[in-house]
Every structure is written in C-alpha cells, then in structure tokens.
Design a protein around this ligand. Structure first.
Ligand code: S3P
Length: 168
C-alpha cells in the first residue's frame, strides 16, 4: 500500500504521516528529507544554489525512485509535488493520494512561525505571506483536488486518515 499525503506547506503532512505510519506499521518517508539526504544539502540551499527548476526535477526523480523501490509506505510529499510534471497522475496510478486541506487562515497561522525552513516564503513579510498563501493556494487547488480522498482540516482525525488509506 502506497499512501501519498499531499497539500499546502503547513497542512500537517509530516505530522499526520508519522502518526499514520506508526498506526499502520508501514514505513514513513518525508520526500523533502529524502531529497536533502540524497543531495547532502538542505532544501533552502538547493533552491538558493541550483534554483527551483533543478529542485523540481530532483523532486520528481526522488518521487519516482522511492515509489519504484517500495511497495508500502506513507509519504509526506512537498507542497508543490503534485503541481509539477505529471506527478499527480503518477501518484494516483501507484497508490492512494490524500489531500490534507487546511484553510488559508490555518496555514497562515502555522507558516508565520515556520518561515525560515521554507525557501518560497522565508523572505516574505507577514503581510506578503498572507497574499502569497491566498494566491498559491488558489493556483494549486486544481492539482490538490484531484486526490482520491479529500480531508478538510476540521474532519482530520487519525481514524479518518486510517479509513482513507484503505480507499480503493
Ligand atoms: C514547497 C514545499 C516544501 C518544499 C519546498 C517547496 C512548495 O515542502 O518541498 O520548500 O512548493 O510548496 P513542505 O510542504 O513539506 O513544506
């Protein structure tokens, strides 16, 4: 069973992925962490030194590599993963995609405290961050909503996630 958790930065993919992995006793992978390990660099450095285009190629390669080499996992993808190349179709063809759909307000209140780790938002003022989230969320929704299961923040519990993981 391959479970891909997708959603905006700050939607809790890593947090919930770890819990789900523990409960289902299936390995957990954080796609960003695997990329960092393979490159020997943090995501912010990859963006700064090589640019976003390079990062997106790498992200796709590592997504394919991890998928092809593992039959069972829970994967926390990056916020942009489903939005580039044909990654959303690729993931849907190989497992279950679950969108953790948090509201813009909720994302803002979380991301405001965690800007530094994220290259796309680290240099934004609080005001700019709000506009960035509104714009990016609306651009990306078209990809996120293709997920096999959509879990709005207010319905997000471990039990719901477990049930969603067995969605055919
Ligand atoms: C990104 C989200 C990040 C990371 C990179 C780009 C994005 O992952 O992949 O900084 O484009 O939304 P998280 O969603 O885990 O923060």
């Amino acid at each position: 069973m391959r479970i891909y958790l997708i959603g905006f930065m700050g939607s809790g993919k890593t947090h919930w992925g770890k819990k789900l992995s523990h409960k289902l006793k299936i390995p957990f992978f954080d796609l960003d962490a695997v990329i960092e390990e393979k490159e020997g660099k943090e995501i912010t450095r990859i963006f700064a030194e090589m640019g976003e285009e390079y990062f997106r190629m790498l992200e796709k390669d590592v997504l394919y590599l991890m998928t092809e080499s593992h039959e069972n996992f829970i994967m926390a993808t990056g916020g942009g993963t489903p939005c580039f190349f044909n990654n959303i179709d690729y993931m849907k063809g190989r497992g279950t995609t679950i969108w953790l759909n948090s509201s813009v307000e909720c994302l803002y209140s979380r991301l405001i405290k965690e800007k530094d780790k994220r290259p796309l938002i680290r240099n934004l003022s609080d005001e700019e961050l709000k506009s960035f989230i509104i714009k990016k969320y609306s651009d990306r929704k078209i990809f996120y909503q293709q997920a096999s299961v959509i879990l709005p923040e207010e319905e997000l519990t471990l039990d719901r996630l477990i049930g969603s993981s067995f969605h055919a």
